[in-house]
Design a protein around this ligand. Structure first.
Ligand SMILES: [Zn+2]
Ligand SMILES: [Zn+2]
Length: 385
């Protein structure tokens, strides 16, 4: 934590901030920024890595205490460092962290980052590279870390070199059935769309003419409506109110945590608790109003119908106009001129097509015409000729 840039701001800083010694001591442990995917990280300790001597096969030597094998005197092998079990972990107190060890370019011995000459062979350490570091190990809170060893370290370093992630990827889920199912569904959709566009031309006979003229009528009368009470109309009456769920708030509800071991590259590792906040939905209630309100709204249609024999005419509209309760008004007129068509070769296939009045009138009953029909059924009325 040397030279921590996150030192707390001194709020009493005078106007000229030049070289004023901080009046409050910097907090020793400023919580580091949580890694992506987590909301909080907590340092839980620093411990010694273990290593095995490859010359005399002494096991579980300590990463800080045993820079040399106490049995045969060989220098520590940085590539043989591994994490101890939770029971075996030995805490490191007040061990200044100056960075990951550097590997002597001459003899390969790991040296402290600040070393100027190799502790083993005396070569200058100026251009030495940092030792490789073990991948982070993560386990859910309350569960043990997996056992680690010199051979696991070897596997880890080899994987890092080859670029393969050390955490095994999610076991491949059976995607095959999704692919097959998806293909079948896609084919069905394509088939349906295609059959809508695919048409064939058939002969149809004109069996009859009909027309219809329709006047839509609205009425002004009490209507039952509902809305949030803060949005109810000013002229609402017969109001009843109920408490109902209007929205949901996301409320923090504990956290899920992982324990992580992070190799510091100098024979020690730190442990961290990384946590992600859990949220739950909490309903927010509000007043819902149920009421009546006098409004215009669709009421009925007045319709006149006929065939070629009758002259098309709008129906008589006898309504009580005004703004009284129960008063009515027109809200639109529409007309259709339809031909009843029967396929010549398939008498059970009947179609009803609407045209402009002039075209409708120009085609006589009994005439045989050509028209396109869709594969899924239904005539394309505009293709009649
Ligand atoms: Zn040894
Ligand atoms: Zn050396």
């Amino acid at each position: 934590m040397a030279d921590d840039p996150q030192k707390p701001e001194n709020t009493n800083t005078p106007a000229n901030p030049e070289k004023v010694p901080p009046t409050t001591p910097p907090t020793p442990e400023t919580p580091p920024a949580p890694p992506p995917g987590y909301d909080r990280v907590e340092q839980t300790g620093v411990f010694q890595m273990l290593w095995d001597c490859k010359y005399c096969n002494t096991k579980k030597l300590l990463g800080v205490t045993h820079k040399f094998c106490p049995n045969c005197g060989s220098a520590q092998d940085a590539t043989a460092r591994y994490f101890p079990s939770d029971e075996e972990a030995i805490a490191v107190e007040d061990h200044e962290y100056t960075g990951a060890d550097k590997k002597c370019g001459n003899c390969g011995t790991p040296n402290a980052a600040k070393a100027e000459f190799c502790i083993q062979c005396g070569s200058p350490m100026k251009d030495a590279k940092s030792v490789a570091m073990r991948s982070e190990q993560t386990t859910a809170e309350g569960t043990q870390f997996g056992a680690d060893s010199k051979s696991a370290a070897k596997t880890d370093f080899e994987a890092q070199k080859s670029g393969i992630p050390t955490t095994p990827p999610e076991p491949p889920k059976s995607k095959k059935w999704w692919i097959i199912g998806g293909s079948v569904a896609a084919a069905a959709v394509i088939g349906l769309v295609a059959s809508f566009f695919v048409t064939s031309t058939v002969d149809v006979r004109v069996d009859g003419h009909s027309w219809e003229k329709r006047v839509a009528i609205e009425a002004y009368k009490p209507r039952v409506e509902t809305s949030w009470c803060d949005a109810k109309p000013f002229n609402a009456y017969s109001i009843t109110t109920r408490r109902e769920v209007r929205s949901y708030n996301q409320v923090a509800d504990g956290e899920t945590c992982n324990n992580v071991r992070v190799d510091r590259g100098n024979g020690t590792f730190s442990t961290e608790k990384r946590c992600k906040t859990k949220y739950k939905k909490e309903p927010v209630y509000d007043s819902k109003c149920y009421y009546k309100v006098d409004r215009w709204g669709p009421e009925r249609d007045i319709v006149a119908k006929g065939t070629l024999k009758e002259t098309p005419a709008w129906p008589a509209v006898n309504i009580r106009t005004g703004n009284c309760l129960g008063c009515e008004r027109e809200s639109g007129r529409s007309e259709t001129f339809s031909l009843a068509l029967t396929q010549v070769k398939k008498a059970d296939k009947k179609h009803n097509c609407s045209y402009k009045e002039a075209q409708w009138r120009s085609i006589p009953d009994g005439a045989v015409k050509k028209i396109k029909v869709r594969l899924i059924g239904g005539a394309k009325c505009e293709t009649l000729q």
